[in-house]
Ligand binder design. Structure first.
Ligand code: ADE
Ligand code: ZN
Length: 331
């Protein structure tokens, strides 16, 4: 007997260092004799109290990945886990600054991560790509250096460039040059905006960084002209509801604007951001949003279709993924 399968999923917004499970970080910490007791409690869960301390916990967790093999282990475990939840495609943000802080060159970092992604693909069929990010609170020079490094060392699985970090620091205009360098090299562009910043932050990212995707972007709901603009320009939002409720952007999922944005015609994808830090997974994001807002299976398939259409991968790969999606026996 054939059982209907779970909705095929696709993810566009997950930070690979933020996807490391506490148990993996504990094992790595033991290997390198790093004290991580300030960020992992006795129950094996990450602890942090606000966005600033979350970013600090993320930095410490990243510091226990130091070699290409460490990163291969990290990406392979994450992509296998995604595939087990029904994902057919995933893009992960990679942070050359964090690799450099751990003593690893950009090339070795990317090669390690790519090896893990390939292994997971061989075992499960999941497709993966990487988006290199600059960290906003490290400043414009640092973000520009990342853009140059990425463009100077092309890799077939690094297909995008983005901006993450503390949105409360630095105007997007400061990062325009980095985005121009990355865009001219053919990389897909995305930037975190409208998470801790309001609508103006999103408008500035659109104007100065020329992005077609926005990380989060949910605070667009505070400005109806901006919502209209997102619809008209077919901007895709990488929405991360569990991250937003965990970090207190919205108090509970019912008050999250993802449903209103979708009903207004904005193109929406669902994502897990830094899953174990926010006690979530991509599968939980799909199911909790579907349950809270009454999204049907067809609605969830549409979310995946939007993600594939907006993915930073070649057209042939998109076509194959769309065929997998449309031929899935979901009910
Ligand atoms: N880096 C990792 N997670 C992030 C988030 N939610 N916002 C901004 N930068 C991040
Ligand atoms: Zn993010």
């Amino acid at each position: 007997m054939n059982y209907p399968m779970t909705v095929p999923k696709a993810e566009l917004h997950c930070h690979i260092e933020g996807a490391a499970s506490p148990s993996l970080v504990l094992r790595q910490a033991e290997k390198y004799q790093v004290d991580v007791s300030s960020i992992i409690n006795g129950n094996g869960k990450y602890v942090w109290s606000d966005f600033t301390s979350f970013l600090q916990a993320y930095d410490l967790a990243s510091s226990v990945f130091k070699t290409p093999a460490d990163y291969a282990l990290l990406s392979e475990s994450y992509f296998r886990m995604l595939a087990a939840e029904g994902a057919i495609y995933g893009e992960v943000f990679i942070s050359p600054d964090h690799a450099q802080a751990a003593g690893l060159s950009y090339r070795s970092y990317v090669e390690g991560l790519a090896a893990g992604i390939e292994q997971a693909k061989e075992g499960t069929g999941i497709e993966g790509r990487m988006i290199a990010i600059g960290v906003r609170h490290f400043g414009a020079a640092s973000v520009e250096r990342v853009a140059k490094e990425v463009v100077g060392n092309p890799h077939p699985l690094v297909t995008g460039f983005g901006l993450a970090g503390d949105e409360r620091e630095g105007h997007p205009a400061n990062f325009a040059k980095a985005f121009r360098i990355a865009g001219e090299a053919g990389l897909g562009l995305t930037a975190h905006a409208g998470e801790f910043g309001g609508p103006d932050s999103i408008v500035a990212a659109l104007e100065f960084l020329r992005v077609k995707r926005i990380g989060h972007g949910v605070r667009a709901i505070e400005d109806k002209d901006l919502v209209r603009r997102l619809v008209d320009e077919r901007i895709v939002l990488e929405v991360c509801p569990g991250s937003n409720t965990s970090l207190g952007v919205y108090s509970i999922l019912r008050f999250h604007p993802v449903n209103l944005l979708r009903r207004a015609g904005v193109r929406i994808t669902l994502n897990s951001d830094d899953p174990p830090f926010f006690h979530t997974t991509l599968g939980k994001e799909y199911s909790s949003v579907a349950e809270t807002f009454g999204w049907s299976t067809a609605d969830q398939v549409e979310v995946t279709r939007t993600a594939i259409e907006a993915a930073f991968c070649d057209d042939g790969t998109k076509q194959r993924l769309l065929v997998r999606l449309e031929s899935a026996d979901v009910q």
